[in-house]
Ligand binder design. Structure first.
Ligand SMILES: Nc1ncnc2c1ncn2[C@@H]1O[C@H](COP(=O)(O)OP(=O)(O)OP(=O)(O)O)[C@@H](O)[C@H]1O
Ligand SMILES: [Mg+2]
Length: 493
């Protein structure tokens, strides 16, 4: 009788008296991709961090090939051939790509000293084997978020022997890089590894999963073969209701131009970018990772001022030298890099939400705290932000809930032009539907949105027009109605 490669039984975990996993069973077989799904905060990452020695369980058991496996720290997991690509990147920014890949298990010379040449060589081999366009000697701080993700993947691949956990690995990757990852997954599976795949993207589950486990509020509500359950079934188990129309019908934009960008250039990042954003419009920005989309948004927002070109707001030339200028002018920027420049992890959820509006509030005669608290509470409810209390540090929220709180920040600030960079990255399906409705409300009430997204269905479903960037240039602007994913990809690649 064949037995599972790995079994977790009756795993239970609480944080500060709050039970987040109750008696979870999951078994992993060789040659399988096991999808682990559930809403934001359901307990997916926590369960897998227990398997990887980041957290210890309160009770439960882990068996590897039938024998009890004690995991008291990350080292034990790695020794057992278990590795994980974390949802929140854990790389050391000051070290090189190679040093990060082998952190904690660097090759040494007989003398015990670090063998740098071998380190670089081995790292470069891994990168090349997987077609990752990176140099082993590059310092990680110089990489984009997507490139860092490739390093995370390489790091996990360097040790994975039996089980590899991927916690939303494609959240920051574009289509092309995702496809490369899917190819790697197929290879690992053929070699007999078990892969735990966490994702909120249904298309990916459809494509990859052999079996599915669904968590809801820390409990396991379904395990079975992918073929036994359809998408609506998965959604019903996760969310507790059906979702048929993910993308709402958008009202037509007005003719009035609110933001005009002409010949915007930032050397090495993008050049000669020109477009207009209309009142009530959602303009989607497509492109591969590295095409320069984020740099353009940062340029407009005043994070990295462009070297030439012009930006006008409702006909008036502006050029933001700092973000406090752009925020005061009604612009909000939802970053794709919530860990590095988004959240203030030790501050409360409420403080994280109200921070961009503080200037405008204290300009009034009195700082109205109860009003602030009420508006925050409204947004927390509307976006379904799951936090034990709003005064809890935002860093303790699950990834998707942090994302929602960042979006709430700009809604709270009342920004009329929103630059949204991967707005639904890591957000569960039910909440995604809520965010789309909110975006519709924003444009219906006269706001405008520039949305960068690597999720093509989202771009097609939630934009009026789609601009496609390739290697720093805006190569086309298409009406979203009637456009296809293939068309967009053709321009982007
Ligand atoms: N270090 C911690 N301290 C306190 N609470 C925590 C901690 N880590 C996680 N939690 C709580 O545990 C619960 C489960 O979080 P977890 O990160 O496992 O969710 P998830 O299913 O991975 O969600 P997402 O899809 O948003 O990533 C959440 O309520 C979260 O706030
Ligand atoms: Mg998670």
């Amino acid at each position: 009788m064949p037995e599972p490669l790995l079994q977790m039984t009756a795993v239970t975990k609480s944080f500060g008296g709050n039970c987040v996993l109750s008696a979870i069973d999951i078994s992993l077989w060789p040659h399988e991709v096991h999808a682990l799904v559930g809403e934001n905060g359901a307990g997916k990452s926590t369960l897998m961090k227990i398997l990887n020695g980041v957290y210890t369980m309160d009770s439960g058991e882990i068996l590897l090939a039938g024998a009890e496996l004690r995991i008291t720290g990350p080292h034990d997991a790695r020794q057992a051939g278990i590795s994980m690509i974390f949802q929140e990147q854990i790389l050391a920014n000051d070290l090189t790509v190679a040093e990060n890949i082998f952190l904690g298990m660097e090759p040494t010379r007989p003398s015990g000293l670090l063998d740098n040449r071998r380190l670089n060589q081995q790292a470069q081999e891994i990168l090349e084997r997987h077609h990752f366009p990176l140099l082993a000697g590059t310092r990680v701080s110089r990489l984009t978020r997507a490139e860092k993700q490739l390093v995370e993947i390489a790091r996990a691949l360097a040790t994975a022997a039996r089980v590899i956990v991927m916690d939303e690995p494609t959240a920051v990757l574009s289509q092309k890089e995702s496809e490369e990852l899917f190819r790697i997954i197929a290879e690992l599976k053929a070699k007999g590894l078990a892969i735990v795949y966490i994702s909120h993207r249904m298309e990916e589950l459809e494509l990859l999963a052999d079996r599915v486990t669904i968590l809801r509020d820390g409990k396991r509500v379904f395990t079975g073969a992918k073929s036994e359950i359809d998408q609506q079934g998965i959604i019903r188990h996760m969310v507790g209701r059906d979702i048929h129309e993910l993308y709402p019908e958008l009202p037509a934009p007005a003719a009035e131009t609110v933001l005009e960008v002409r010949g915007l250039t930032c050397s090495g990042e993008y050049r000669d970018i020109s477009f207009e954003l209309h009142r009530g419009e959602i303009l989607g920005l497509a492109g591969l990772v590295g095409a320069g989309r984020t740099a353009v948004a940062r340029g407009i927002f005043g994070l990295d001022p462009p070297s030439s070109g012009s930006i006008s707001l409702r006909g008036k030339p502006v050029g933001f030298r700092s973000t406090s200028d752009s925020i005061a002018a009604g612009i909000g920027y939802l970053t794709e890099d919530r860990k590095a420049i988004g959240i203030l992890p030790d501050l409360a959820v409420t403080e994280n939400i109200s921070i961009a509006a503080l200037d405008s509030m204290s300009n009034g005669p009195v700082l109205n705290l109860s009003d602030e608290a009420r508006r925050c509470a409204d947004l927390v409810k509307k976006l379904n932000i799951k936090a034990r209390s709003s005064s809890m540090p935002i860093g303790r929220l699950s990834g998707g809930n942090q994302q929602k709180a960042l979006l709430a920040r700009w809604l709270f600030a009342g920004s009329t032009i929103l630059l949204l960079d991967e707005p639904t990255q890591g957000v569960d399906l039910g909440t995604r539907a809520e965010i789309y409705l909110l975006m519709k409300e924003i444009v219906a009430s006269g706001g405008s949105i520039l949305m960068i997204s690597s999720d093509l269905p989202e771009l097609l479903g939630m934009s009026h027009r789609i601009g496609v960037m390739r290697r720093g240039q805006l190569v086309t602007m298409l009406p979203a109605a009637g456009a296809t994913q293939e068309q967009v990809m053709q321009y982007a690649a």
